[in-house]
Design a protein around this ligand. Sequence first.
Ligand code: DGL
Length: 260
Amino acid sequence: MNNNAIGIFDSGVGGLTVLAEIRKTLPYENIIYLGDTKNFPYGNRKKEEIIKFAEQNVKMLIEKQVKIIVIACGTATSQALDVLKKKFDIPIIGIIDPTVKYIEEKKYNQIGVIATEGTIRSGAWERKLKEKMPQIEVINKACPMLATIAEEGKAQSLEGRKVIKEYMRPFKEKHIDKIILGCTHYPIYEEIIRQEMEYDTELINTGITVSKYLEKYLKENDLENNQKNRTEKIYLTKPEKEFQQIAKNILNESLDIQAI
Ligand code: DGL
């Protein structure tokens, strides 16, 4: 069991930002990544659809005999995590709770959240943050175009910069200096957001908070891999021509991508 892989899924390439952090924190763990490119984007879909896709992804990963599942997707975490936890026996970790825990430890009293339309509409970030910190002020901003522009490999283009400018305006006006990247595609824009903000801003990468949480979970539950050689498999539900290049930008290497 311990040698079984960690299963990770997202709608596309975004979850690779989480995979990158898991690799750094847990260099000896086997990984199976599933990008549900066939159903991308998740961000503006109905909750029922998100639950359906998330269930399919979990089933595919269970068939591959993973030992734990990481939902490397804000949209699926915010709308499907509770349902998945009830339905499946396997441990499942989303990106919200580990990040809320980090913010709680830091005792922040004001925080910005950028995420997909569906995630913001669900109110999950604000609800979970306020459950732990009733006083915290949460400034939400849905960024409907960001995941798609990133998935097309155009994050660094003029179009990417233009939408970042628009989406960051409300935060700049209030001088918000801590922002959760509530969609896993957004770390791809980290550099551009930093340039746009003009003042020192902490951009909270959920991949980092999740991998620390995962490390602790595996240790506490005696699930760590006890072998030193690792494997990684990447599956897509539909071939995507931009995927390889974007993956290379995130992970600094080419991936062996398979169809599922
Ligand atoms: N990367 C995902 C998220 O964190 C999904 C984006 C999308 O498919 O729209 O929300």
